[in-house]
Structure formats: structure tokens, C-alpha cells
Design a protein around this ligand. Structure first.
Ligand code: AMP
Length: 179
């Protein structure tokens, strides 16, 4: 690590842009695209997540569509794990398993290829923002239905006032920036 955790948190906090009333009135959207535009910060974040999870013997990193892909894919490479996308309905071409869930702003579903996770594999779930926790909890249940063993859930940002962590209390939840 080039940076302390506190410095990394400050840099991340400074980079994230609040966009009020997106995608609907009352939501303050945490726009992480400025984080991605800062290659040094992006690299340091991936290094940080890698360090955090390197001893957990992760077999599979699940990225939640779509921003979970951005952080999950490089993390999977660094951890020497498979990357598995959990996608919005209708995007995956092969035989699928599916779960429905409530979002902070609506209802949605996640799908995975049915052979993407083998029984007993150790799985880390990754997304950018933990809000109400509905999405991550659904991903967790879908991994479990597939026979996987969720050993952690990892976020860049946690909106703690929405208590999403409560929906994930059976697993290790790691968020870098807790707001
Ligand atoms: P939730 O299921 O409520 O925890 O919502 C998490 C999912 O919705 C994640 O995939 C986030 O990317 C997205 N999301 C929810 N609320 C926000 C927000 N305020 N800013 C950015 N993304 C959000």
C-alpha cells in the first residue's frame, strides 16, 4: 500500500460527486466516475481491496451490475479468482438462475449463469454503493442458492443511514467510505 487507509478514504471522499435528484427526486446519487478518472486513486483502491481480502482464499469475485463490474473485475485478477457478473434480467445468454429484490428506488432482479459458481466455492461480492442493502442481500441469497459460500461483501461506499448492513449481518461486510 502506498497510502494509509485514512488518506485513501479522504481521497475517495473528495473524488465522489453527489448528484441530487438522480435517478429520481430525493435520491442523492453517489457518482463514482471521478474515482475511475483518477488512475492513481483507482489503482490504490484495487490494491486496498486486494490487501483486505488476500488472506480469505477467494475463489470467485461476484460483481453486481454494473458498477460492481468495474471494481470486481480487476480485484478478481489481483486475487487470482474467477470473475462472475450478476446481471440485470435479459442480458446473459446461457441458462440462468434469477432472484428478485427491492431497490432504494424500485424493484429489480439479478441473474447469473447457472454454472458460474460451483458448490463450496468461496465467494466475495463486490458493488460500489451499499444503500438499503436489498441488492447485495439478493446477490448473497443467489450465491447461496447456487451452493457458493459467501465469505465477504465489499463496497466502496456505504450509506450507513439506510442500515443496509443489517440485511447482510450473517457475513463480513467491508466498506471503505462510510457516510
Ligand atoms: P441497495 O439495494 O438499496 O443497497 O442499492 C444498491 C445498488 O443501487 C447499488 O448497485 C448501487 O450502485 C445503487 N445505488 C443505490 N443508491 C445509490 C446512491 N444513492 N448512489 C449511487 N448508487 C446507488
Amino acid at each position: 500500500m502506498v497510502d494509509s487507509r485514512e488518506t485513501l478514504i479522504s481521497r475517495t471522499r473528495a473524488a465522489i460527486r453527489d448528484v441530487p435528484d438522480f435517478p429520481q427526486p430525493g435520491i442523492i446519487f453517489k457518482d463514482i466516475t471521478p474515482v475511475l478518472a483518477d488512475s492513481a486513486l483507482f489503482r490504490d483502491l484495487i490494491d486496498h481491496f486486494t490487501e483486505t481480502h488476500s488472506s480469505a482464499r477467494i475463489d470467485v469475485v461476484v460483481g453486481i451490475e454494473s458498477r460492481g463490474f468495474i471494481f470486481g473485475a480487476p480485484l478478481a485478477i489481483e486475487l487470482g479468482a474467477a470473475f462472475v457478473p450478476f446481471r440485470k434480467p435479459g442480458k446473459l445468454p446461457y441458462q440462468k438462475v434469477r432472484i428478485d429484490y427491492a431497490l432504494e428506488y424500485g424493484i429489480d432482479s439479478l441473474e447469473a449463469h447457472r454454472d458460474a459458481i460451483a458448490a463450496g466455492q468461496r465467494v466475495l461480492i463486490v458493488d460500489d454503493v451499499l444503500a438499503t442493502g436489498g441488492t447485495a442481500a439478493a446477490a448473497l441469497r443467489l450465491v447461496q442458492q447456487m451452493g457458493g459460500n459467501v465469505v465477504g461483501v465489499c463496497f466502496l461506499v456505504e450509506l450507513s443511514f439506510l442500515n443496509g448492513r443489517q440485511k447482510l449481518d450473517e457475513v463480513d461486510v467491508q466498506s471503505l467510505l462510510i457516510l
